[in-house]
Design a protein around this ligand. Structure first.
Ligand code: HPA
Length: 252
């Protein structure tokens, strides 16, 4: 039986339709998670919610304790993680307010604690990461989007930058040459840690701005907030349907 967690990013620090809520503080060998996990029911189905930046949106991308967050989700019995992430778009066919389900990523982050396989190893471990997002979970999300009548683009390369600043126009041109369609700051090491723990993981990316240099000389935080709000409504709709899909076994 699969059990879903939703990690909420910028604009999604709680799920409005979650019922019978309780919160649990989880201790991990890696320190404190961003927030207690929220246990609750969506349409009668048990799910777990975690606010990636903390409930008050106070933890910047490079300071998030990704290892503690993913460990805490595993600890409460999660099998599948839908990671909601606000992103900038580099691809003209993915305008602000689009929902995109990336199928690949490139990691440009540095200095983040990015693996559980570090100390006290019996063997050096290299996880396979050829396909970084779980295909079967992505398929469930696609089916849910279709049922909820929400359009989603399902092929994209997510480039994960260090942040917390936004990029220069030249950095975005470089990312474009690398083949990135989207740019964000929180997708890694989260996805790799999920794989190390054997969790199914997919990213539901919400485009909140054109990446630096694509439109005008500046990125407005006001515009970002506006598009985040619009997009989150679609994500909430998607999750209402997705919880029913979760009964279908995901593991390969
Ligand atoms: N760059 C990096 N991360 C982001 C962006 C961006 O333009 N928008 C939202 N998260």
């Amino acid at each position: 039986m699969s059990r879903l967690a939703v990690i909420g990013g910028t604009g999604l620090s709680k799920l409005v339709n979650l019922e019978n809520i309780s919160k649990r503080v989880i201790k991990t060998p890696y320190g404190e998670p961003s927030s207690p996990v929220t246990l609750g029911q969506l349409n009668g189905v048990d799910i777990v919610f975690m606010a990636r930046h903390g409930y008050g949106h106070t933890i910047p991308p490079h300071r998030i304790n990704y290892r503690a967050n993913m460990w805490a989700l595993k600890e409460v019995g999660i099998t599948d993680v839908v990671a909601v992430a606000a992103v900038g778009s580099i691809n003209r066919s993915m305008p602000p307010a689009s929902l995109v389900l990336p199928d690949q990523l490139i990691d440009y982050t540095w200095g983040r604690a990015s693996t559980y396989f570090e100390d006290d190893l019996e063997n050096v471990t290299h996880i396979d990461f050829t396909i970084p997002y779980t295909t079967k979970l992505r398929d469930k999300i696609k089916r849910s989007m279709y049922q909820a009548d929400i359009s989603i683009l399902d092929r994209a390369v997510y480039g994960c930058m260090q942040g917390p600043r936004l990029e220069t126009a030249a950095e975005i041109r470089k990312l474009e040459r690398d083949g990135c369609d989207l740019v964000g700051m929180t997708g890694m090491p989260e996805a790799a840690l999920a794989r190390e723990l054997g969790l199914n993981y997919a990213c539901c990316a919400l485009v909140v701005n054109w990446a630096a240099g694509l439109e005008g000389d500046e990125i407005s935080m006001q515009d970002i907030e506006g598009f985040a709000k619009k997009g989150i409504a679609k994500v909430e709709q998607l999750l209402q349907v997705l919880v029913y899909e979760m009964d279908v076994k995901t593991s390969e």
